[in-house]
Write a protein that binds this ligand. Sequence first.
Ligand SMILES: [Zn+2]
Length: 236
Amino acid sequence: MQIQVNNFIAKRDNSFSLQFNFATATTDFLTGKMNYYTDINYTEIPKHQAYREDMYLLKDTYYWFNKMYDDAKKDGITLKIVSASRTFDEQKNLWEDKWKKNRSKFKTELETAKHIMQYNSMPGISRHHWGTEIDINSINDSYFKTEVGKKTYNWLTANAAKYGFCQTYDDIINRTGGYKEEKWHWSFYPISNTLLNLYNQKVNYTHIKGFSGAGSADEIDVIKNYVLAINNECAE
Ligand SMILES: [Zn+2]
């Protein structure tokens, strides 16, 4: 599949010239045990493109997001990043917060974990650990029902692939399961599709531990049923 990008032809997956060195994608990196402040692969997202300071992406992801941002702007669309890279500890904080709010509503840890995982990932299995994932404009479905939300989403579905982005969690009827649809979550697939393969080879349930309900990870088979349950277009 060939995609026209401005004045050159970018072939999906292998014509994005990347500076990321996949040899650095260790099990620690893949499970969020990295430090984007000190890791030279990362860059901070400038203030005008993000909802807060202190958000980081892999340099390649940012390079292509920035191109997409500029072209969207020309079409009257504003793309602003709500969330980007998250470490294991940051994902753990989000998870523990949800755990406290939900644990008493369910009989078992397994049911609690499954409930939270409709939208939220356990630490260690989030693609936000990889520096390739961005949440755009809002993480609420209601935004994508507004006029501006619909316009933004339509622009992304028509154009994002030219810049290497795909909607990771598309309509669940197209997938084998996993998280509900997230119209805001986009992935830089020239890197994330390889990281997914590396994750599948290297990470196992001995690496997914150290948080409330971690014992359910194996039982739910979160790698098969969540990590691998993505839009086919992101995995090609
Ligand atoms: Zn996301």
